[in-house]
Design a protein around this ligand. Structure first.
Ligand code: AMP
Length: 117
């Protein structure tokens, strides 16, 4: 069950500020408050969804495609398309997900090992 009180839902509603990178009616990208790399941006769809599976199963395919197209645009805007990056999405207990609103981590700006995360 989706919890409307999770912190990313509050950020979407403007109840909590964020360090915004890009926003439109469907998506929001912002800097992670506790960066694990020189560049650490979080991307979220504004549709309420728990995790990657919930997003892909529940949402209109156009919304899903739009989110990933925009993710790639942000990667280009961040200047890390050529140098490389990691995209991570944690899900559930075994995935170590802390915030129960689907999000991706975009990490770059330096070489990132799984051991560091
Ligand atoms: P996850 O473990 O995949 O759920 O990651 C949640 C991420 O959200 C962590 O990397 C946190 O540092 C980040 N985070 C939590 N609260 C905020 C916030 N208010 N603004 C930006 N990032 C946040």
């Amino acid at each position: 069950m989706y919890d409307e009180n999770n912190i990313f839902s509050k950020i979407i509603k403007g109840e909590i500020p964020c360090d915004k990178v890009y926003e439109d009616k469907n998506v929001l990208f912002f800097n992670d408050i506790n960066p694990m790399a020189k560049i650490h941006v979080l991307g979220i769809p504004k549709t309420p969804c728990l995790d990657f599976s919930d997003f892909v199963i529940k949402c209109d395919p156009k919304i899903v495609a739009d989110f990933f197209k925009k993710t790639e645009s942000i990667i280009n805007q961040l200047g890390i398309r050529n140098s490389g990056y990691k995209i991570i999405s944690n899900s559930g207990i075994n995935g170590g997900q802390e915030v129960p609103h689907f999000h991706i981590h975009i990490l770059g700006g330096e070489k990132i090992s799984f051991k560091d995360l």
